[in-house]
Design a binder for this molecule. Structure first.
Ligand code: PNS
Length: 166
């Protein structure tokens, strides 16, 4: 099969902060896409009180993926499907860890399909090492002085340490 257009995927999320689980999912998505755009949501649907500003979250994403030019990043406000349309994305990538993720993810995928049916949501499971990992746990463990170096990359760890010192 000859493909004329590159396959573009969007990987949206809060990324507050980006964890090794997110990183793993973004890198895995290159198995189905030529380019992946990690899209940092200014305001996610389920607001959880962000630790980092959208600029900080985006900067960490950029630092983490600076080794791979196929992984781009941006931030967005408004509807994900509008961004997907603008970027010409064929896929929306979401990580799926446990059954507990499923209901929310399923609803979101269905709503996005209602709004714009051109992009398919694809769920990827992270490596087993990160199957339990969440950004909220990373924030909490870090805030309480626990070691999160196994769960986030160096640029993220530096920021978390800086926040804890403040
Ligand atoms: O990492 P998160 O917080 O689970 O990501 C949720 C996110 C950002 C993907 C979702 O809240 C979103 O797409 N927000 C943009 C607004 C939107 O398009 N809402 C309709 C989807 S139901």
């Amino acid at each position: 099969m000859i493909r004329e257009q590159p396959v573009v995927a969007i990987y949206p999320g809060s990324f507050d902060p980006i964890t090794k689980g997110h990183e793993d999912v973004a890198r895995r998505s290159l198995r189905i896409a030529d380019r992946v755009v990690v899209a940092v949501a200014q305001n996610a649907s389920q607001t959880k009180g962000n630790l980092f500003s959208v600029e900080e979250r985006l900067e960490m994403v950029r630092e983490v993926f600076q080794d791979d030019e196929r992984i781009e990043s941006c931030h967005f406000e408004g509807l994900l499907v509008d961004l997907a349309r603008e970027m010409g994305a064929q896929f929306v990538i979401r990580g799926l860890r446990a059954v507990s993720d499923f209901e929310y993810e399923f609803q979101m995928a269905q709503m996005n399909r209602e709004l714009w049916s051109e992009a398919e949501t694809v769920f990827l499971t992270p490596d087993q090492r990160y199957a339990f990992l969440s950004a909220s746990q990373v924030r909490e463990v870090s805030r309480l002085g626990g070691d999160v170096s196994r769960f986030v990359s160096a640029p993220v760890l530096r920021r978390l340490e800086r926040v804890s010192e403040e």
